[in-house]
Design a protein around this ligand. Structure first.
Ligand code: PXP
Length: 236
């Protein structure tokens, strides 16, 4: 299974001071060196983490793939057609949400999504729709011209270790099987952690997992001891 690393929260940390540290490009290159199969960033309408220039720079330096998560707006479509990331993942976006809360609503607006996807695919971009593991949404996604879906694993992640875990897991498994049958390729992501990711191996259709927050959180603790030791040594 492939791993796409979402580095939005490196940008969140950088933006907290308004400068260039930690450097987003350096972070992306470290992820690639460590084996990431692609780098994901979400260019949000309010630019709260990654900025337009980050996306341009990433596209220029990455040797794997740039996966641009974006909303279905004219502005974002123009940016994607200008920068030409290898992958675009279409996500719903609400200004006030902390992170992407639910999957994209495709079923009630197949024609709109199809018209949005078409120029991207024609430009050579591989397009994915971030949807809930729901039969209706999967069936609708198969009519849009998008080559991939990314199943929203948020509910599974929240239910992990509770009595609802199996229900949420089965929803993912069934949705992946249906998507595959309908000719869609299947990725998954959101809320996956070092603890709950292992069950994704039980879904044979999955090609790539997109994971961000938990990897960056892990990196903070993995690096903190050395960071303090290095500073201590310098000031002694
Ligand atoms: N996939 C999509 C479509 C997302 O919007 C996000 C969050 O930006 C992720 C995957 C990664 O989620 P997390 O940061 O919880 O690993």
């Amino acid at each position: 299974m492939l791993l796409g690393v979402n580095i939005d929260h490196v940008a969140t940390l950088r933006n907290a001071r308004g400068g260039l540290e930690p450097n987003l490009i350096q972070a992306a290159l470290i992820c690639e060196k460590a084996g990431a199969d692609g780098i994901t960033v979400h260019l949000r309408e309010d630019r709260r983490h990654t900025k337009d220039n980050d996306v341009k720079e990433l596209k220029a330096v990455l040797t794997t793939r740039l996966n641009l998560e974006m909303a279905l707006t004219d502005e974002m479509q123009k940016i994607a057609l200008d920068i030409l990331p290898e992958n675009v993942c279409l996500v719903p976006e609400k200004r006030e949400e902390v992170t992407t809360e639910g999957g994209l609503e495709v079923a009630s607006r197949v024609e709109f999504v199809k018209d949005f996807v078409s120029p991207l695919v024609n430009a050579g971009i591989v397009v994915s729709l971030f949807i809930d593991p729901d039969k209706t949404q999967v069936e609708a996604a198969a009519k849009t011209g998008a080559q991939f879906i990314e199943l929203h694993t948020g509910k599974y992640s929240e239910a992990y270790g509770t009595e609802n875990e199996q229900i949420e897991f089965d929803n993912l498994k069934n949705a992946a099987a249906l998507a595959n049958k309908l000719g869609l390729k299947v990725n998954a992501g959101h809320g996956l952690t070092y603890e709950n990711v292992h069950r994704m191996h039980q879904i044979p259709e999955l090609i790539e997992l997109n994971i961000g927050h938990n990897i960056i959180a892990h990196a903070v603790f993995d690096g903190l001891e050395k960071a303090v030791k290095d500073m201590k040594e310098l000031i002694q």
